[in-house]
Design a protein around this ligand. Sequence first.
Ligand code: DLL
Length: 439
Amino acid sequence: MQKKYYQPEFETMPAEEIKKLQDQKLVKQVRYVYDNVKYYRDLMDEKGVSPDDIKSTDDLYKLPFLKKDDLREAYPYGLLATDLHNCVRIQSTSGTTGKRVVAFYTQNDVDMWEECCARALTAAGADDNDVCQVCYGYGLFTGGAGLHGGSHKVGCLTLPMSSGNTDRQIQFMMDLNSTILCCTPSYAAYLGESLREKGYKAEDNKLKAGIFGAEPWTEEMRRDIEKTLGIKAYDIYGLTEISGPGVAFECEEQSGMHINEDHFLAEIIDPETGEVLPLGSKGELVFTSLDKEAFPLLRYRTRDICILTREKCSCGRTFLKMTKPLGRSDDMMIIRGVNVFPSQIEAVLLNNGYAPNYQIVLDRVNNSDTFEINVEMQTEDFPDAPKDITTKEKKLQDAMKAMLGINPKIHLVAPKSIARSEGKAVRVIDNRRRYGITI
Ligand code: DLL
């Protein structure tokens, strides 16, 4: 049966009550983390903060930040807050080999995460009459598992397609009458084009809504996807460290994403100074989990730049809204939905005998990212280059694929041909900015 909200008691809770709920939960979560996570206890002790100093969310600023580097340093168990036998799942982000970010979940953590995804699906109009085609990747990436679980909770008939194999996606979509599509926005655009190429018009499919996230996309892209597929396209945000997709989701107003504030406390800080900024300011998004058992994170710096607002929303939800991420405060790129750091590329080059003289060139062609890396050959290799250049490029490409999970096009270029700059090397040329893509 069509419901407007999945959990109205939280989603429409008056702001003062949300604050009270967050106050209570924060006090408990801080005590829990202090007692169970030595890594964070040491950070608090170093800063001279004790759990008794945290009496409400007004005291949040006293707590130390956690950064991605802390997660890498504590890999794999250093931030785990419960016995491993209480955990039922791990998920992970891509990262330098051996130093991936690994997040742990108890069954309660999985349930909470899936409920967040169920809220997103319900906000997009999904109910138990729907057929939900999940083509986010399944596996360590959180996209497939999160939306899959949310779809079950809502009672949709769930098609666990995972990513890729576009012909099969289209066959199932048409034969099984999919009504809800979950994937990255670039894959939604690609599916739309492929349907058109096969002679289908927008009205030939039964899709009514799509839940698209994990990478930046623009309003133009939204309009394009909505037109090609004949659907309403909703944004969804999340990150592995905090649970996965569903940390925030769009409602029918399609004007920013409601943060699930009963579970996640959001702040905006100045990325340079760490100072907390008032609502409405542009800055780095920081999350504190309020209910997590296995992998609770306090003041985790997402590096995503955005703006938070608490304006009355016509959907009736009272949760804060965040804008789409407007950029990053680190050098992470999101390429075809995959998080990539220049340091990973450098590691592959060094492991394969190349100096780290390279340039990454990104662009967007037909709504899909192109990813090329120009790599300078070593002077001693250069005279031989023409005869085995293709083999060398292929070898490097395979090594990059193994590290990053996606395939760049490698161009080996002459030594010293990549422009040296006076200051910081220009490692990334991101032509996607022309289309408003800023991550
Ligand atoms: O991308 C989780 C997810 C899966 C979200 C499916 C939505 C849908 P990670 O791989 O850990 O997790 O990457 C997290 O991706 O810090 C943002 O920079 C970026 N990101 C996530 N959602 C959006 C979005 C998943 N809607 C990182 N728009 C985050 C722009 C997004 N960027």
